[in-house]
Design a protein around this ligand. Structure first.
Ligand SMILES: NC(=O)C1=CN([C@@H]2O[C@H](COP(=O)(O)OP(=O)(O)OC[C@H]3O[C@@H](n4cnc5c(N)ncnc54)[C@H](O)[C@@H]3O)[C@@H](O)[C@H]2O)[C@@H](O)CC1
Ligand SMILES: [K+]
Length: 500
């Protein structure tokens, strides 16, 4: 699914109005109806719904929603924020429609007292939407602070007032929603962890904007949905054999951290790769062999004896989990980089090594996949950014410059491709913020790479599968109690869901 910017949203609304065709007031009605249905399914009608409407089209939505919720038997009060003398045409049309109903409408300006709010209320924020083009000032800003301080549950229409759709707003005057319902597409700002305090839990509803126009809107940002995943997943054929699915090698482990390679190896197996080997320090041999009998094991011992297959004979290599950054780890990493010329997965301590010795990046084959968490990404790029919008740009530039895929892990993990496109993941939960979960992801992506997925697809599919398996694990064990192994154990469920 595309993520489009505020200006494109405006153009798409306009195009839909002219070419569906549909009157703008009817499009507003459709959007408001989607919101009201969603709201009515989710929130009790015992509470008083206090709707705060601005004077643009977001405010127009708010007034239409007030009418609809009243018709759904909610107790509704409306506050119009008079930050301007006139509002948008559709705002005024909805104001007129609302005035015919016995609903309390209070107009607020700089001389008004702040309304009383408490736990018995639900606030609906329809002050500003995607038309916001500068920080909120004056009494509207004070009002937003007052709303934020209240104990009422808070819900935003389309986007929390004060948040920009596509770029950073250093301002504090931003509504802090518990829930946001947005129209048609998520906004780029919803993808960034720093905005979670404003956006809360978010959902989107299709409001039937023009399909062909959507197809032609250029964008670099995408939200990964199941349709897309199903389109890239390969199905297995009757006469396939284990050679068809490649031979993946996982490299890592150090004293006390062999478990990281064990997890990555198991995950690579469950991802469907044909053969798996793990390369660990010799003291990890027994641990690996007894924990993952399906895998073969290489240590520096059989390496010296030249009895193991050369590194360039594998279909894919994932390097870094639990590896450490000492001289041994460093020379192993360099030696592998010098021997191979196909894309590999670079994770954890292998990324930290590049952070320490940036020249190593020149040895990383083009097409490779780097999977840092935010701290590792900071080390990799010396943290040349001040907020997550800037970080995203640094991530894109890095991917383009080195022609690699850069996956920064997080709630909506972002995957920057060498083409400059960025894909945000839609699966996963906070139960996955636990030791070993990143090692599992490295194993999955390495396993997919072995099965001849293009690096971009291996990453996108891997991240989605990992999150979906995590969601199944959370259902089974709870977000609190689930551990990384539960993600591996649920990869089968994740595959079945995508294939069904
Ligand atoms: N255009 C359409 O057909 C549709 C629009 N929809 C709604 O319309 C919203 C966008 O509406 P608008 O474009 O009218 O914009 P908003 O309602 O977000 O803002 C109203 C106006 O306020 C002004 N403004 C911007 N920043 C300000 C600031 N900091 N202080 C004071 N004034 C400021 C701008 O001139 C802006 O046009 C969407 O978020 C969505 O809720 C929906 O009804 C779906 C259909
Ligand atoms: K809003």
């Amino acid at each position: 699914m595309k993520i489009i910017n505020a200006e494109q949203t405006r153009q798409l609304d306009q195009y839909t109005i002219e070419n569906e065709p549909i009157a703008s007031i009817d499009l507003m009605e459709r959007a408001s109806l989607r919101f009201s249905e969603w709201f009515s399914n989710k929130f009790s009608s015992q509470k008083t719904i206090k709707i705060f409407a601005g004077m643009g089209n977001n405010g127009g939505d708010g007034l239409a929603v007030a009418r609809m919720l009243y018709q759904n038997r909610y107790k509704v009060e409306v506050y119009i924020i008079k930050y301007s003398d006139t509002g948008s045409i559709d705002f005024h049309k909805n104001e007129k429609r609302l005035s015919k109903l016995p609903i309390k409408i209070i107009r607020l300006d700089e001389n008004s007292k702040h309304p009383e709010l408490g736990e018995q209320d639900i606030i609906i924020d329809a002050i500003f939407g995607s038309g916001l083009n500068r920080p909120i000032r004056g009494f509207t800003a004070c009002l937003i602070q007052h709303l934020n301080d209240s104990a009422a549950l808070k819900v935003s229409i389309d986007i929390p007032s004060g948040l920009f759709c596509d770029n950073f707003n250093a301002d504090e005057n931003i509504f802090r929603a518990d829930h946001t319902l947005s129209f048609q597409f998520p906004k780029l700002s919803f993808m960034l962890p720093q905005n979670h305090v404003y956006v809360g839990e978010w959902a989107i509803k299709d409001i039937g904007l023009h399909k062909e126009k959507i197809e032609h809107l250029p964008t670099s940002f995408f939200f990964i949905d199941q349709d897309y995943i199903s389109s890239i997943l390969k199905t297995r054929k009757k006469f396939d054999h284990k050679g068809t699915y490649g031979h993946a090698l996982l490299v890592g482990g150090s004293y006390g951290k062999i478990g990281a390679v064990v997890l990555a190896t198991k995950a690579a197996l469950r991802s469907g790769a044909g053969l798996i080997s793990a390369r660990v320090p010799s003291f990890g041999y027994t641990i690996l062999q007894s924990n993952v009998p399906e895998a073969m094991c290489i240590t520096e011992q059989n390496e010296d004896e030249n009895t193991h297959p050369p590194f360039d004979s594998f279909s894919s290599i994932g390097i870094g989990p639990g590896m450490g950054t000492d001289a041994n780890a460093q020379s192993l990493f360099i030696s592998i980089l010098q021997q191979i010329n196909f894309p590999i997965v670079v994770d954890a301590d292998a990324i930290n090594l590049i952070g320490k010795y940036p020249a190593l990046m020149d040895l990383v084959p083009k097409g490779s996949i780097l999977t840092p968490h935010p701290k590792e990404f900071e080390r990799l790029t010396s943290g040349k950014y001040h907020n997550q919008y800037e970080r995203l740009e640094v991530q894109r530039e890095f991917a383009k410059e080195y022609e690699v895929t850069v996956l920064v892990k997080g709630a909506h993990s972002s995957i920057a491709l060498p083409s400059g496109e960025v894909y945000f993941n839609s699966t996963g939960n906070s139960g996955m913020a636990t030791g070993g979960s990143g090692d599992v992801l490295t194993g999955i992506i390495t396993g997919l790479l072995a099965q001849s997925y293009r690096p971009e697809y291996a990453t996108i599919l891997g991240v989605y599968l990992h999150g979906l398996a995590g969601d199944f694990a959370a259902k089974e064990k709870s977000e609190t109690a689930m551990i990384a192994s539960d993600i591996i154990n649920n990869l089968g469920e994740a595959y079945k869901t995508i294939l069904s």
